[in-house]
Ligand binder design. Structure first.
Ligand code: NAD
Length: 441
């Protein structure tokens, strides 16, 4: 078993740290955020992921997992250091590598024994070469180090499961020493390992994410056309899904993708292509379709209602998907300001995202609009004139069509996640609008 250090305790770093400890490695998770480290030391996970907190607590008790802000102590005698810091989007769409560079510098100044540095963050092709050069430029001690690429494929909401039962681990290396060491670290997971070059590994990550974004935008594009020609996207997707070449994943039409990965990774790959004199037209189209899709239902409702001024609007779901508290690029962040601008009196419900959302939109008035946080679906729906569903949380899915009819003043529902059967909503007396299916009006 190895002594590992992880730089960054976000969704990627913390899940990697806890799962590496679970399979027996000795792990120190490092973060520059003192509050986060304090929280973790108190046994609390700073992010919501099913099973993560108990994994953290168990491995701390077993003495295999610890948290620190002291990067020097964590890196100096580590066998391997994983970099899992953020690579956010710059204004021009390219990836911002500032955090990667600062960790690389900290590593260069800290390591006192031979070690492998592994970039887990999503980075443009060629970044691993630059990280290696950067560390070499600032290296203080005479030790052997190499850099390997090991992109992460977990999905938020199922991150622990996705790591423990990963479809595959991608290992991008330039030497046998690096390949053997990284393979050995992952052996205890007993999952398939794919060995490639560093540049191929970096590209696999973007190519995979952008393919999934394309798939979502494609089905949304077809859904929009279904509405115009009288076909039903759910029937269409089901029919398509039996074809093994297409598969049954990522065929749910809705109001587009969000989150910290697809939006930025599509733009970063386009930016990389542009830098190399190439235009990625397929990905460009996926981005454009997604932008329009996010406000599709708002625009539809706006035509139907003229204005939201003075209307009580139930908003069900704020996070970009269920099972996470992450709001990055969520549909709610585009639609809530549009609703407030028109004077909507919003009652928002989200089982895990409301606290974060309220740091941006505290309860109270915003111009002519206002926002209140409901503690359950019923409270949000009570006396509402219109309801928007942005996230398919179980709490929303378990709310029957009849409850909308009973609780709302005017049962008018815009469902961005196609949760309900159109017929059942209609039978319950709800005016129901969804994506790519027949609406009652
Ligand atoms: P995050 O923003 O949730 O967490 C990053 C953490 O790094 C923060 O806690 C920050 O304080 C810390 N940090 C910054 N500088 C540091 C330093 N010098 N030393 C130690 N810690 C430092 O990020 P995330 O969502 O976990 O994503 C990390 C990377 O993984 C990104 O490149 C992302 O694209 C990629 N990725 C994310 C996901 C996902 O679902 N979130 C999935 C696959 C890949």
């Amino acid at each position: 078993m190895y002594k590992l250090a992880i730089a960054g305790t976000g969704y990627v770093g913390l899940v990697a740290g806890a799962t590496f400890a679970e399979v027996g490695h000795h792990v120190t998770c490092v973060d520059v955020d003192e509050d986060k480290v304090e929280m973790m030391r108190a046994g609390i996970s700073p992010i919501y992921e099913e099973g993560l907190e108990s994994l953290m607590q168990r491995n701390v008790e077993l003495g295999r997992l610890s948290y620190s802000t002291d990067f020097k102590a964590a890196y100096q005698d580590a066998d391997a250091i994983f970099i899992g810091v953020g690579t956010p989007e710059r204004a021009d769409g390219s990836a911002d590598l500032t955090h990667i560079a600062s960790v690389a510098r900290q590593i260069a100044e800290s390591i006192e024994k031979d070690c492998l540095v592994i970039v887990k963050s999503t980075v443009p092709v060629g970044t691993n070469d630059k990280v290696e050069q950067f560390i070499r430029d600032f290296l203080v001690n005479d030790v052997h180090f190499e850099v390997a690429s090991n992109p992460e494929f977990l999905a938020q909401g199922s991150a622990v499961h996705d790591t423990m039962y990963a479809d595959r681990f991608i290992i991008g290396t330039e030497s046998e020493w690096a390949r053997n060491l990284l393979t050995d670290i992952y052996t205890s997971f007993h999952r398939p390992i794919v060995n490639v070059s560093r540049r191929s590994a970096e590209m696999i990550k973007y190519a995979s994410n952008d393919f999934l974004a394309l798939k979502i935008s494609y089905i949304n594009d077809i859904a929009n056309l279904c509405e115009l020609v009288g076909a039903d996207i759910q029937d269409v997707a089901e029919g398509m899904s039996y074809d093994a070449r297409i598969g049954d994943k990522f065929l749910n039409a809705g109001i587009g993708y969000g989150g910290s990965c697809f939006p930025k990774d599509t733009k970063a790959l386009m930016s990389l292509a542009r830098e190399n004199g190439y235009e990625l037209r397929t990905v460009q189209s996926a981005v454009e379709v997604n932008e329009q899709q996010k406000t599709k239902l708002f625009k539809e409702a706006n035509k139907r209602l003229i204005t939201f001024n003075g209307l009580k609007v139930a908003v069900l779901g704020l996070t970009f998907k269920p099972g996470t508290d992450d709001l990055r690029e969520a549909a709610s962040l585009v639609n809530v300001p549009l609703l407030l601008e028109q004077g909507a009196d919003i009652y928002a419900f989200d089982p895990s995202g409301a606290v974060r959302f309220s740091t941006m939109y505290p309860e109270g008035r915003f111009g002519i609009g206002a926002i209140t946080y409901a503690s359950n679906v019923e409270q949000a729906l009570l006396d509402a004139h219109v309801c928007f569903i942005f996230t398919e949380w179980d709490e929303v899915k378990l709310t029957t069509p009849e409850r909308y009819a009973e609780l709302m003043r005017t049962p008018l529902v815009y469902d961005g996640r196609n949760i309900y059967s159109v017929l059942e909503m209609e039978k319950a007396g709800v005016e129901y609008h969804s994506v790519g299916r027949f609406s009652t009006k």
